[in-house]
Every structure is written in structure tokens, then in C-alpha cells.
Design a protein around this ligand. Sequence first.
Ligand code: RM4
Ligand code: MN
Length: 412
Amino acid sequence: MTTAETSPTSSTPGTPRERALAALRQQAIELPSWAFGNSGTRFKVFGTPGTPRDPFEKVSDAAQVHQYTGVAPRVSLHIPWDLVDDYGKLAAHAADLGVTIGMVNANLFQDDDYKLGSLTHADPRVRAKAVAHHAECVEVMRATGSKELKLWLPDGTNYPGQDDLRERQDRLADSLHQVYALLDDDMRLVLEYKFFEPAFYSTDVPDWGTSLLHCLALGDRAKVVLDTGHHAPGTNIEFIVVQLLRAGRLGAFDFNSRFYADDDLMAGAADPFQLFRIMHEIVGAGALAPGTPSDPGWDPAGPGVNFMLDQCHNVEDKIPGQIRSVTNVQQATAKALLVDRDALRAAQRAGDVLGAHDVLMDAYHTDVRPLLAELRESSGLDPDPMAAFKASGYLQRTAGERIGGTQAGWGA
Ligand code: RM4
Ligand code: MN
């Protein structure tokens, strides 16, 4: 399909504003359960009163974000951080609060056996253990209705010569095939890349090209995850978005912001212009929706993109931090939807460099907050989700109720 056929701003009836509102109504942003637990740096993890003590309380907090924004209907789990005895009960708890369980994230980075690698480890016993962890994750998916399994590997080496780079890729390919074979037909695998850390010399899935090559070898239901924080400074991320969309292999975003490395700050905080540029490419490709398992007719092999947040709130309150991130993504999306694509194309075809640039910047400089307020009011929501959440007293209430037990944190 061409851009003109799929872009909601050029083919649907109504004014650009009405078309933008219609597209914004379909937007869904998935939240990470770990955003609601305590997190920090390697120097200190600060606790916050009212922090969830178990996955049920994390889901309750995530549901608050959906209640006030209306666009965050799913919460992503991390195993084993979100281990519970009864996943049916967790899914029912989510449903009671108006949300569903989204992706299941595997954890290959917190077991002593994985010191020198997990799916790439030289020892077949360790590789088999890492594959078996994914079988456990698939069981969680079956019990919760989740359709997406997310892999991020910490695997790599710290010193030249430490291990054979090529053999590690071969081991990875073999392990990934075993994981892929565990999936049901209506499930997909999404593979995240990160250019460095925790390994410093070499990383086994450092970039989108490596992730894409492995996904292509696996099959149609394997897609790439683009975490915006996982690139070198100055990387043109929207170009990667374009390329993966062309290949039909952009499975998900992990939205967050970075100033230095993998900072995991609120999406749209450090560089709202970058977020706009990314969403401009998404809108141009008609990839805003439908994109998730909860959409009717969702196809695991299809082009659907899961717009997820992967963030930690170290010094700010967690629920407001998630609300701000969601509204930042909404703002970038609204601006992208307001780009006058016909004028842009005309200027581009005429070689009008500054004219084309101006069309894009006009949209970027539009204050879309009134449009988003209208969107919320039309769905019966408060136009200011942050203020409404603060006024609800939820933070004070949970701080008073969640006494005793162990607060959930990064790694629990
Ligand atoms: C990784 C990666 C994963 C996330 C973990 C916690 O750096 O971004 O997506 O699950 O951190
Ligand atoms: Mn991530």
C-alpha cells in the first residue's frame, strides 16, 4: 500500500483536525509493569511511599494511567519479576480494572549462570536453561492471553578474544529457533537490540540489522523491537523506523528518553522533536493502528506495531511519570497527524527544500494540547489527566494502605 492510501490524514473524510482526532482515538500505548516499582542507578534505589508490593498492585497502578489518559489499555509483564501463583487471577484482576496483559518480557540478565551469556553461552547446558525460561514465559502468555514474547539479551563480551564472535551468532541463531518453536501460531516473538551494556567490547544483538537478520531467519512472526534509548548519540532513529516498516518487521517500540546512555527517562522529555520525527514516519506509513493483539483481526505475522514504554522513574512519582510519558507520545502523534502531507509531497517533488522543511515544522510547532483536551472530553475523560489524577488522592490513599511487605523494585 502506498502512503497516500493508508495515511489517515490524506484519505479519510473531514477536516485535518477531525481526521487527527479519529486516528488519535485508535491509539494504544502499552505500559511496563516495572515502571511502577522502585528503580534507580547502581548507586542508589530510592523508595517511594505506596510503591506496589506485588504484580497485582503494579497492574492496579497501571490501570490508573489508563483511567485518566484513556490510551494505555495494556500492561506488559516481566518474568520472573512478575511471578504469581495464578496468572488467570492476575489477568482477571487486570480485566476488572479495564486493562489487559500485554507482552511478556523474558529475563536473561539476572542469573549467575548467565555471567558469560545466555542464549549465546558456550555451554549447551546454560543455553538450554535460557531456552527453558522462554517455555515458562510462553506458559504465562497462554494463561494471561498475551500474544507477544519479548527478548532482550545482555549477552556479549568485555575483551577482544574472550569468545568467538561468529560462534556466538551461530549459537544465538540456534537458540532463537528453539524459542520460536515454542510459540503458538497466534503468538509472535520480538527481539530487542542494544548497542552496548552490560557488555562493553561486543554485544550479540547490538543493532537493528543483527536483530532483523535473526528475525528473517526465524519466520514471519519474528519482529524487531526498537528501544529509543539503545542507540549511539546522533543516530537517526526515524531512518531505522522507515527501514523496518518497509521490511514489515517493526514489532514494537520501547519508548523512553536518553541524555547519555540507556537512561530510561520519560518518553518525549529529552527530545520531543525526535519523538515527533519517529511518529511522522509511523503516520506516513499508516502504521499507527491496528497494531496489537487486542485489535480485531490482529495478525502476529502482520505489520502491527506495539507502542510500548520502557521506563524507570527514579526520582519522580511513578504513575504521574507514566501519565506524562503517555501524553508526550500522544502530543508527538497529534503533531505528526497534522502534517499537511499533500503540501509536503508537493514541496518535496518540486525540490523545495525549505518549503518542505517548513511544512513539517509547522506541524511540529502546533500546540496540540487543546486538541488532546477535546479528544479526552469527547470520551468522557478529564481534559487534564495529570491534574485529575493528582486530585483523586490515589497516591495518598495507596501510601496509607500499602504498609508492610516488600516494595517491588527493579529485579523483583
Ligand atoms: C533492558 C531492555 C529491556 C528491559 C530491561 C529492563 O535494557 O531495555 O527492554 O526489559 O532493560
Ligand atoms: Mn527496552
